[in-house]
Design a binder for this molecule. Structure first.
Ligand SMILES: Nc1ncnc2c1ncn2[C@@H]1O[C@H](COP(=O)(O)OP(=O)(O)OP(=O)(O)O)[C@@H](O)[C@H]1O
Ligand SMILES: [Mg+2]
Length: 260
């Protein structure tokens, strides 16, 4: 049975999609079967993994709102072992349309159940909000990976996210844990970035990944070519760091299995 990891932070532009796409592609590159689920109406994880949104007449919206089987919208990517459940702008309506529906927070979890045994990892890219779409992701997940941008105000707003995680643990998904905190977009030339790393480590301690994602031009360019960094520029620093992150995620999973 695959492990489900939500990539979440309600703050916008902190590197959620970049991390979801590239962690997924690196896990797939390391021979794991991976499903990337885009539940952000912006659909950036969809286009970033090379899927043309204009070609899609169905997406995760139809799964969440109309009970379409997840496998009907699952598409392979040009990366071996990596499938995507895409999102298009149609999903923007779901946040409101789901409000009156039964079990509105468990729709994604239920939809993924029939295809879970096909994958080693399911990575969910969340929108920058703590609404019903993110709640669906947290309810469907074993753990949450939290990207934190190395900038002033980095920790601001995180208490809201942690609070939501606690509420989900209490009411919807007891199993949910914090997978890890990923520092992103570090500009190593500034002291500020290093200060933020210290501060985040003080707060989250051993939950912070050793891998820290630098600001890297190639990482910023890759989405416009519809390619994960491991394909776009496998020798770049960005590719190296996301491969290291994938190794940490795998190793952490093995440690947890040994403990249980
Ligand atoms: N390490 C990096 N180096 C350079 N550019 C980056 C890096 N990480 C992300 N970016 C760029 O920064 C922008 C925001 O990143 P991204 O889309 O991953 O954030 P997000 O948290 O998913 O945003 P949103 O909240 O809108 O969904 C994008 O243009 C992305 O290409
Ligand atoms: Mg995003």
């Amino acid at each position: 049975m695959g492990k489900v990891i939500a990539v979440a932070n309600q703050k916008g532009g902190v590197g959620k999609t970049t991390s979801a796409v590239n962690l997924s592609a690196c896990l797939a590159y390391m021979n794991h079967k991976v499903l990337l689920v885009d539940i952000d109406p912006q659909g950036n994880a969809t286009s970033g993994s090379g899927i043309n949104k204009a070609d899609m007449d169905q997406c995760v919206y139809n799964v969440l709102v109309e009970d379409l089987e997840a496998e009907k919208v699952c598409v392979p990517t040009s990366v071996e072992n990596l499938d995507v459940i895409p999102a298009t702008i149609q999903l923007a309506g779901a946040e409101i349309e789901l409000v009156p529906t039964i079990s509105r927070e468990v729709r994604l979890k239920k939809a993924l159940e029939p295809i879970m045994d096909r994958y080693d990892y399911v990575i969910i890219d969340c929108p920058p909000s703590l609404g019903l779409l993110t709640l669906n992701a947290l309810t469907a997940s074993d753990s949450v990976l939290i990207p934190v941008q190395c900038e002033y105000y980095a920790l601001e707003g995180l208490s809201q996210l942690l609070n939501t995680i606690r509420l989900v643990q209490k009411h919807l998904n007891k199993q949910l844990t914090i997978e890890g905190v990923l520092l992103t977009m570090l500009d190593a030339r500034t002291n500020l970035g290093l200060q933020v790393i210290d501060e985040v480590k003080k707060y989250f301690q051993d939950k912070v990944y050793q891998s820290v994602v630098p600001r890297n031009v190639r990482l910023g360019e890759a989405p416009s070519h519809g390619q994960p960094i491991i394909i776009y520029d496998p020798k770049s620093r960005g590719a190296e760091v996301y491969l290291d992150l994938a190794k940490e995620v795998i190793a952490n999973g093995e440690r947890v299995r040994e403990r249980n």
